[in-house]
Design a protein around this ligand. Structure first.
Ligand code: IMP
Ligand code: MG
Length: 173
């Protein structure tokens, strides 16, 4: 696809997702709850839960929607909860999954509300980590790939709601 400059191929992503699942299956308690941040982590989560199943893990899951972006490529800095989970969190370990950790505001916000509701521990898993753009002090526990400061699309990541279905991760030319 001439429009895109490849960063991570479908095969590279699949290998990394399998390695992440192996690591997560080894480290997290058996009674964990998976929470995916919509919409960006949809594709990653779908592959990750199947890889987890391959590594012997079968956890319940739920979804949250958090919005911090408008139509552009710059974060507005404000995080809003636009769809909440329905699962009870008290005493439960949570694996929180997002597509990319950039400023850290989105996952810091989600981790805070889950902790306030009594989750026993919140692990952060992100497919991509853009550490140069961090504004809050936050690290993910499980990271697929580190990326430089450039806007990527595909494998769930969008630009103005487009390109989520690309099977690879790329920069749009
Ligand atoms: P943070 O709150 O700044 O960490 O932003 C995380 C959110 O911003 C992610 O869940 C994405 O939806 C979005 N985002 C950040 N960088 C990119 C990118 O390079 N491509 C697509 N979305 C991005
Ligand atoms: Mg997102």
């Amino acid at each position: 696809m001439a429009e895109f400059e490849l960063r991570f191929s479908a095969a590279e992503i699949a290998a990394r997702v399998d390695a992440l699942a192996r690591d997560i299956a080894r480290k997290l308690p058996r009674d964990s709850l998976v929470v995916a941040v919509l919409k960006g982590s949809l594709v990653f989560t779908a592959d990750l839960i199947r890889a987890l199943s391959h590594h012997g893990v079968d956890w319940p899951m739920d979804f949250i929607s958090l919005s911090s972006y408008g139509e552009g490529t710059q974060s507005s800095g404000q995080v809003r909860l636009t769809r909440d989970i329905s699962e009870e969190l008290a005493g439960r370990p949570v694996l929180l999954i997002d597509d990319i950790l950039e400023s850290g505001r989105t996952l810091a916000f989600a981790k805070k509300i889950f902790t306030e509701r009594g989750a026993s521990q919140v692990w952060l898993c992100t497919l991509l980590d853009k550490p140069t753009k961090r504004v809050v002090d936050l690290q993910a526990d499980f990271v697929g790939f580190q990326v430089p400061d450039e806007f990527v699309v595909g494998y769930g990541l969008d630009h103005a709601h487009m390109h989520r279905g690309l099977p690879f991760i790329a920069v749009k030319k």
